[in-house]
Design a protein around this ligand. Structure first.
Ligand SMILES: Cc1ncc(COP(=O)(O)O)c(C=O)c1O
Length: 359
């Protein structure tokens, strides 16, 4: 495993840093330190913990033109005994490398990825909020830094982790979903399963439309038949139909969410029936109208689990969910939050303790 070099000025900066804001919000504050690793000559050269600051990039760096970049999103929680724990970080490490392979980028050995995440978390321990549902959000990412305008994979990369003490992503209201029937975000054989900027860039035009129509989230349908639900721009989707929890089967156009997997596992442990299958938007809307789809929710690391209030179709017809504070979704959310916060026994391997530095 590669050692992370700790720069004393980074330690001094983070030690002095405090946040006095009861409304942390999501991604509003960033810790004044970051992990940085350089890849060159076919290997990861070094890992450093540095003061947070702007990057100096040559204007011809490949990431700026061809979008060769990937990222992750994960959380670190404070437990009642004051110890801190990452939530299922191995899953993020594996997904990061899956994204890296698809984007012709170098993998990071899982132990180096975990050690880097653990190191920045340890130095941010005093910034990890105590309140239930709050956490330290980690954003590891990798960019192509080779200079040159030729379209080919970079040979040089930068891996960075920044950390943001965060509260909830949504203010608390149920989410209004806009069904995108025209634009597509990614196609079979493409990059949908990878966590790479291009998927999000492709979603932003619809996001603007979604907001203009008074909704909060865009729902993406499959790009071939424009019929089957895939996911939101940054979250996975669940509906409760005939008392069963249903979610679209994973394909190469859907991100394999850590929260999605955890919700399925928690639901099954609670003896709630879960179906992973193709789920058409028309089936869901019909079931909403017939009162058989009583609730629906989105889930993701940032959003945790948020109930859906309504779906808006292309013709602006609104389909309201009967239970916009969904009982089942909230039950699963509470269980997940309790596990993450160390207030309920976690299944084997779900929490990953971060060593205490006492620095
Ligand atoms: C497109 C997309 N789908 C789903 C998710 C949920 O994934 P996870 O639960 O791993 O955060 C995210 C967030 O990371 C996302 O960006």
């Amino acid at each position: 495993m590669k050692k992370v070099e700790i720069h004393p000025d980074a330690v001094e900066r983070v030690k002095k840093f405090t946040i006095n804001d009861p409304q942390l919000g999501f991604g509003k504050y960033v810790a004044p330190i970051m992990i940085q690793a350089l890849y060159d000559h076919g290997e990861w050269q070094r890992f450093d913990l540095l003061p947070y600051g702007p990057l100096q990039l040559d204007p011809c760096s490949k990431v700026l033109h061809y979008g060769q970049e990937i990222f992750e999103g994960m959380k670190v929680f404070r437990h009642p005994d004051d110890s801190i724990h990452m939530f299922r970080p191995e899953m993020n490490a594996r997904r990061f490398n899956l994204s890296a392979r698809r984007m012709a980028m170098p993998e990071i050995p899982e132990e180096d990825y975990l050690n880097a995440c653990s190191t920045i978390s340890a130095y941010c321990k005093h910034l990890i909020p105590k309140r239930l549902g709050e956490s330290l959000y980690l954003r590891p990412f990798m960019i192509a830094t080779e200079v040159g305008l030729g379209i080919k994979p970079s040979k040089q990369f930068l891996f960075i982790i920044v950390a943001s003490p965060s509260g909830s992503y949504f203010a608390g209201d149920a989410v209004k979903v806009y069904i995108e029937r025209d634009d597509i975000r990614c196609a079979p054989g493409g990059i949908g399963f990878a966590k790479t900027g291009g998927n999000y860039a492709a979603s932003l035009n619809s996001y603007a439309k979604t907001i203009q129509l008074g909704c909060d989230q865009t729902m993406w349908l499959d790009s071939v038949e424009h019929k089957y639900i895939e996911e939101m721009s940054g979250m996975n989707f669940f509906a409760v139909i005939d008392n069963k929890v249903v979610t679209p089967t994973l394909t190469d156009t859907i991100l394999d969410g850590v929260t999605r997997k955890s919700i399925i596992d928690i639901a099954r442990a609670e003896k709630i029936e879960v179906e992973e299958r193709k789920l058409s938007i028309d089936e869901v809307l019909k079931a909403v109208q017939e009162g058989r789809c009583t609730e629906a929710f989105v889930c993701g690391t940032a959003a945790v689990v948020a109930p859906i209030a309504s779906f808006m179709d292309k013709d602006q017809t609104v389909y309201k969910l009967r239970d916009s504070q969904g009982k089942i979704g909230m039950q699963l959310r509470e269980k997940l939050i309790a596990i993450q916060a160390g207030r309920f026994d976690a299944p084997q391997g779900w929490t990953y303790p971060v060593r205490d530095l006492n620095f």
